[in-house]
Design a protein around this ligand. Structure first.
Ligand SMILES: *Cc1c(COP(=O)(O)O)cnc(C)c1O
Length: 376
């Protein structure tokens, strides 16, 4: 039954205040500790967080950087991507994936997605490889890994780098391996709404190769290993101590939060099954961390409006695939070129999924979706 109390409920797509309240003592203490130190750029808090992240991911190197976008930029720079090179990626992702390629003067080459997982369709990569292709940049979208076996095999055959955009997939597994540790470099974002979110911008690059690790480390401080001596032209791309200390504190809770997200997702799965919406599909061998729980329906816009009227916030990731963005008009793509991505952009809707969401709130979301489809 829908009670008056539930009717007045506002359900956000996520609620960072609830998370903060649950760990406020730990966070406040560590923030005060950093303030007392008055040492803000890199330093021991960053190093200690990097060690824990390397350990968590099972990567040899974990390098804290200023954002997920800079993680991508630094990884591409470390692979020597430059003007005129081509990098193959997906158009169904956050802008930064392709934006970082373009910022280096390289060309993003978009390959359509698999309709089941929304990740790059590996069967379509081979025909996109040209003599100018230097790297593959798969994205582990919404929290589940792309088909890495096929991607790594293709890279090996063609002599290409693999950079994983793992911004949405921290802690996700693919056939026993962690997101971000399978390619030459793995890029993570600590944007506040990510599964491991900072209280500002932050990111991280993982690598296993010694040379790659050292290069990324130098590139994030203007290409310098010794202060004021520059071997490369790098960027200011450092993680700061305050964010590192906060992230380190939150990292201890990450697996528990991921588990809660999975429980929330399973509950949606069970109760939305049979309704005329496409539910998330998990590829064999994948462990999903549900950065987003995304359903799809041709009636998406009406459903979104209905839920919004009921106080339920939903989000469209992403309304315009990157090959049709205005800024990429120079690449020459037109509507219809990548139909699976375009259809996804018209039909996807992310439901509220965060570790602290209550059963009562979830029941209300489910009830309202049911209500929408039975009324129509
Ligand atoms: C969030 C995100 C990024 C960029 O991360 P920022 O920290 O916001 O710069 C890159 N790629 C994907 C897929 C993302 O979701």
């Amino acid at each position: 039954m829908i009670t008056a109390e539930i009717l007045s409920m506002k359900i956000p797509s996520q609620d960072l205040k609830r998370q903060y309240k649950s760990i406020q003592n730990e966070i406040d203490a560590v923030v005060l500790e950093v303030l007392a130190q008055q040492s803000f750029i890199l330093g021991p808090y960053v190093e200690s967080f990097e060690n824990s992240m390397a350990n968590y991911c099972g990567a040899k190197y974990a390098i804290g950087v200023s954002s997920g976008t800079d993680a991508l930029l630094l990884a591409l720079m470390a692979c020597g991507i430059k003007s005129g090179d081509e990098v193959i990626t997906t158009p169904f992702t956050f802008f930064a994936t392709a934006g970082s390629i373009a910022r280096l003067g390289a060309l993003p080459v978009f390959v359509d997605i698999d309709p089941a997982t929304y990740n790059i369709d590996v069967s379509k990569i081979a025909s996109a490889v040209s003599g100018k292709t230097k790297a593959l940049l798969p994205v582990h979208l919404f929290g589940q890994c792309a088909e890495m076996d096929a991607i790594l095999e293709m890279a090996q055959t063609k002599g290409l780098y693999v950079i994983e955009d793992a911004a949405q997939a921290i802690g996700a597994f693919y056939k026993g391996k962690q997101a971000g540790t399978m390619g030459d470099a793995g890029c993570f974002s600590f944007y506040p709404s990510k599964n491991l979110g900072a209280y500002g911008d932050g990111g991280l690059v993982t690598a296993n190769d010694d040379e790659m690790g050292a290069l990324i480390k130098a590139l994030r401080v203007h290409g310098s290993n010794t202060r004021y001596y520059h071997e490369y032209v790098g960027i200011n791309g450092r993680l700061d101590a305050l964010q590192a200390a906060i992230l380190h504190t939150k990292l201890k809770h990450l697996n528990e939060w991921s588990e809660k997200r999975r429980t929330v997702a399973t509950y949606y799965d069970e109760h939305l099954r049979g309704m005329p919406v496409r539910l998330p599909e998990i590829m064999n061998g994948n462990t999903h961390i549900y950065h987003q729980y995304v359903i799809a329906t041709p009636k998406r816009d009406l459903l979104k409006e209905h839920l919004s009227e009921q106080g339920i916030e939903t989000v469209i990731y992403y309304p315009v695939p990157l090959h049709l963005q205005k800024c990429f008009a120079y690449l020459g793509y037109k509507p219809g070129d990548l139909p699976v991505s375009e259809k996804a952009a018209d039909e996807v809707l992310a439901l509220p999924v965060f570790p602290e969401i209550t059963r009562e709130e979830q029941d209300f979301v489910i009830e309202q979706i049911k209500d929408f489809f039975t009324r129509k």
